[in-house]
Design a protein around this ligand. Structure first.
Ligand SMILES: [Zn+2]
Length: 279
């Protein structure tokens, strides 16, 4: 069975995670470790950290996810922004490790100008290797997320993710991927049982997180708009196959759907109702 959860708000501090998680009856969750629209963040308070860790242990949360802030762009062709992004990534990786997260999700970024994809991917690989080395994190693993592919965004297909994973492996570090169902659909994939098989054959145990979102926009739209489960263009059959796939059990399935907590609860219930429990 997959671990079902949602992207929770850290407004009001880490202590508010517990309340949200209990309301949703979630088995996992995703958070930002800081204000996602600012470069700087104060260190995590010791008391907050202890409380948070107590809650994670008490609720038996075996894995949770930190999502990187939106400012980071390690694919940038602007050296200044790229350097700033690598420094921020180092800081956020350390924060994720301190919090005890198992996975840190990162978008590959965009060169923001036309250039060969391979040039952008090289910058991403180089930046990841440098950030992992400098941060010296041991437990938290980076998962690079696929994107809807708008503009010059990297990560618009699974092969670009494979290139990044293999490139980083060459400098001696292991990373994985996060698959966002809405982004996969928006970037053009047909989401069905064959997609799940192809995905698993290509990436297997490198799949560390699934962002389980329906899509408000059509297949191949390259427009990143999420919808609640069953309210978008992705078939419910696909979601049913995904949550029942044993190969993907025990990894976090995170909702990033609109409508706040009440809608997360509804989406989690919809997904749970699809799971065929073994008797
Ligand atoms: Zn996502």
């Amino acid at each position: 069975m997959p671990l079902l959860g949602a992207h929770l708000s850290i407004r009001g501090g880490l202590k508010n995670i517990e309340k949200q998680c209990k309301y949703l009856n979630c088995a996992t969750f995703q958070i930002f470790s800081k204000n996602q629209l600012r470069w700087y963040a104060p260190p995590i308070e010791e008391d907050d950290l202890l409380e948070f860790k107590k809650f994670v242990a008490k609720e038996n949360i075996s894995a949770f996810v930190i999502h990187s802030s939106y400012l980071i762009n390690i694919a940038s062709s602007n050296d200044h922004l790229r350097k700033k992004s690598i420094n921020a990534l180092v800081d956020e990786l350390r924060r994720a490790e301190i919090l005890g997260a198992s996975v840190f999700v990162l978008h590959p970024g965009s060169p923001r100008k036309p250039e060969k994809v391979v040039t952008g991917l090289k910058r991403v690989i180089d930046a990841l290797c440098r950030a992992i080395e400098e941060s010296n994190v041991k437990k938290v693993k980076i998962a690079v997320e696929n994107t809807a592919g708008s503009g010059y965004l990297l990560g618009k297909n699974l092969h670009e993710l494979v290139s990044i994973v293999e490139g980083v492996e060459k400098c001696g570090y292991e990373i994985g991927v996060c698959i966002d169902t809405a982004h996969a659909f928006q970037s053009g994939y047909t989401l069905d049982d064959r997609f799940i098989n192809d995905l698993y054959n290509l990436l297997g145990r490198k799949i560390l997180v699934v962002h389980i979102n329906d899509s408000l926009t059509e297949q191949g739209s390259r427009k990143d708009r999420h919808a609640n489960i069953g309210k978008g263009h992705i078939s419910l059959d696909f979601f049913e196959s995904l949550v029942n796939d044993n190969r993907l059990s025990d990894i976090p399935f995170i909702l990033e759907t609109p409508g706040g907590l009440a809608m997360f609860k509804k989406d989690i219930e919809t997904l749970r109702s699809m799971i065929n429990e073994k008797v």
